[in-house]
Write a protein that binds this ligand. Structure first.
Ligand code: ADP
Ligand code: MG
Length: 355
């Protein structure tokens, strides 16, 4: 009898504790989600695990801090001071970004060039006043887009008169790299960070399946869930550049924000978007690389982009893979993503896998 009472007491204790605290929670499935508008982009960051809340709020601080230091529309940022003609002593982040940008400019044959800023401004993409500049103005500005800007010396970093830089083609990728470091520090088992077209799919989903990353159909830019296809990814960056992301129309023609340094005009390469995918665990800095390459390959066009990918395959196989969407209705996917990419059958695109 006594034993019965003590077991009954134990059972009721367990039941009441369960009622108070709920069933035991798997710490890896605890989730926090935040939305941030920064770097001119709506962002969503969802983190999982015991320290998900701390990591999510630290992510926001990290992004805002980078923006304050790197944006050229923030008056006091180091980049703004540089663009105003001051010699600036770069902090570690700016120093890294300038060196990487110089490296990517060289690797992409000049397609990626942060010195394109005067033209981005002339087209009005840093303000709300978009316009088609005069041909003479474009030619004049192209002359100041120097291959070597900015100059880096022991005194600091500086630009020649008329020159300016714009880290918009690389900063979100760099932020994604820093988020990966932060998730590692906070021991976050899984997370999904969407910084506009820059996605970091960290770990896997709570049920162990890959994250599903939609590749926007460039022909239906404003529509939610209008995808050309889905990428199923674990531990990866997926960065998309497209002419549909930021544009204006004048006299019935559309002008977007990715400027071809060879012409000074928005790139017209036949591609409507480029997505670059890479592992976020094995190598450092891949988020930044994906961001720079997605911008550059969009400018290069299908043939040159695939040649570029094949060249890299020879140097570092599987370092990154591509999803190219063409203006004539094809989705061209490189071999490494053959298993991960699923075409949206209703989208009307045809799928080509290339090696
Ligand atoms: P988004 O920033 O919309 O995600 P991208 O990463 O492709 O898209 O970057 C586009 C931005 O990069 C432009 O808004 C501009 O600030 C800058 N940019 C434009 N053309 C170039 C270029 N040829 N090289 C480097 N940066 C560029
Ligand atoms: Mg980019």
């Amino acid at each position: 009898m006594r034993r019965f009472f003590s077991s009954a007491l134990a059972l009721s204790l367990v039941l009441s504790l369960t009622a108070c605290f709920g069933p035991p929670v798997d710490p890896d499935t605890v989730q926090e989600s935040i939305q941030v508008i920064a770097m001119d982009t709506p962002m969503v960051i969802s983190t999982y695990g015991r320290r998900s809340t701390g990591a999510a709020y630290a992510s926001e601080d990290l992004i805002r801090d980078l923006e304050a230091r790197l944006s050229r529309t923030e008056e006091d940022s180091a980049v703004s001071r540089l663009n105003r003609g001051e010699t600036v002593e770069p902090d570690e982040d700016l120093n890294t970004l300038l060196r990487l940008a110089a490296c990517f400019r060289e690797r992409t044959g000049g397609a990626f060039n942060i010195g394109i800023a005067p033209l981005v401004s002339a087209w009005g993409f840093t303000t709300d006043h978009n316009q088609v500049p005069d041909r003479s103005e474009i030619d004049r500005l192209l002359k100041v887009v120097d291959e070597t800007a900015p100059q880096i010396s022991p005194e600091g970093v500086s630009l020649e008169p008329g020159q300016s830089i714009d880290l918009g083609g690389i900063a979100k990728g760099y932020a994604a790299d820093k988020l990966a470091d932060l998730f590692r520090e906070y021991e976050i088992p899984r997370a999904m960070a969407q910084l506009g077209g820059n996605v970091l799919a960290w770990g896997d989903r709570p049920d162990g399946s890959p994250w599903r990353v939609g590749v926007q159909d460039p022909a239906r830019p404003g529509e939610q869930n209008a995808f050309a296809g889905i990428l199923n990814l674990k531990n990866a960056f997926a960065v998309t550049s497209g002419g549909y992301q930021r544009y204006f129309e004048q006299d019935g023609k559309r002008y977007h924000h990715i400027i071809d340094p060879a012409t000074g005009y928005p790139a017209e390469s036949g591609l409507t978007s480029v997505t670059v995918v890479a592992d976020c665990v094995s190598d450092d800095g891949m988020g930044t690389l994906c961001d720079a390459f997605s911008t550059a390959l969009f400018i290069m066009g299908e043939e040159k982009a695939l040649d570029f990918w094949r060249e890299w395959q020879g140097v570092s196989p599987s370092l990154f893979d591509l999803v190219l969407i063409t203006g004539d209705g094809r989705v061209v996917v490189t071999q490494g993503l053959a298993e991960s990419f699923t075409l949206d059958e209703g989208s009307g695109y045809t799928l080509e896998i290339v090696s």
